[in-house]
Design a protein around this ligand. Structure first.
Ligand code: E4P
Length: 216
């Protein structure tokens, strides 16, 4: 499973890439707004740091506007992927942009029928939002499983990008369900690394080593 960082923060992205486990980045208008930097230089910098795909989201809500913005966003870098919301116009825009060879990430997916239509429209990625479903008492992971099964049944090439991930369990359950990608905040990536027994074990090894006075 690929790991993407869900952030527009350059320091976090640099740190994640330096660890060597980050394959891509997803941004959205809220994440970009948090950075308080002009859009174009910020996203150009992000695309330059990340080895894989970087999703950049349109803010227009009509078909013509999404297509215009999508064509501009696709020019930012070779690894730019255009993110369009899962609306009627968003589906039309994904169909159109994909037909022109522009890769799209269809975002704000909350149901299996939405995901089915997005695959038919030619999306490169579908982004079901796990955490936001859990927030309203639904089981977000069930949606990931349903989409993986439906795409598998018909051989759709659209990749399932588990989004709105809030904790390590989300990541592991998404991996078990067969999601191709999990996008997560930097804090969740860090929590995947940490284990208290690792820290305790390392301290014990180093204490024993220090007591012995041996050298490598
Ligand atoms: C996905 O691409 C979105 O940017 C993101 O995962 C939304 O997550 P949130 O529900 O934590 O805002």
């Amino acid at each position: 499973m690929k790991i993407f960082l869900d952030t527009a923060n350059v320091s976090e992205i640099k740190e994640g890439v330096a660890i060597g486990v980050v394959d891509g980045v997803t941004t959205n208008p809220s994440l970009i707004a948090k950075e308080k930097r002009p859009f174009r230089p910020l996203v150009e910098e992000i695309c330059g740091i990340v080895p894989g795909d970087v999703s950049l989201e349109v803010v227009a809500t009509d078909f013509e506007g999404m297509v215009k913005e999508g064509e501009e966003l696709a020019q930012v870098a070779k690894n730019a992927v255009v993110k369009c919301p899962l609306t009627k116009d968003g589906l039309k825009a994904v169909k159109y942009l994909s037909g022109k060879g522009i890769r799209c990430n269809q975002t704000l997916c909350f149901s299996a029928p939405q995901a089915l239509l997005s695959a038919k429209a030619g999306a490169t990625y579908i982004s079901p939002f796990l955490g936001r479903l859990d927030d309203i008492g639904a089981v977000g992971m069930d949606l990931i499983r349903d989409i993986c099964q439906i795409y598998d049944n018909y051989g759709f090439k659209t990749q399932v990008l588990a989004a709105s991930i809030r904790n390590p369990l989300h990541v592991i359950d998404a991996a078990k369900a067969g999601a191709h990608v999990a996008t997560m905040p930097f804090a969740v990536l860090e929590s995947l690394i940490k284990h208290p027994l690792t820290d305790i074990g390392l301290k014990r090894f180093l204490d024993d080593w220090a007591k012995a006075g041996t050298k490598l």
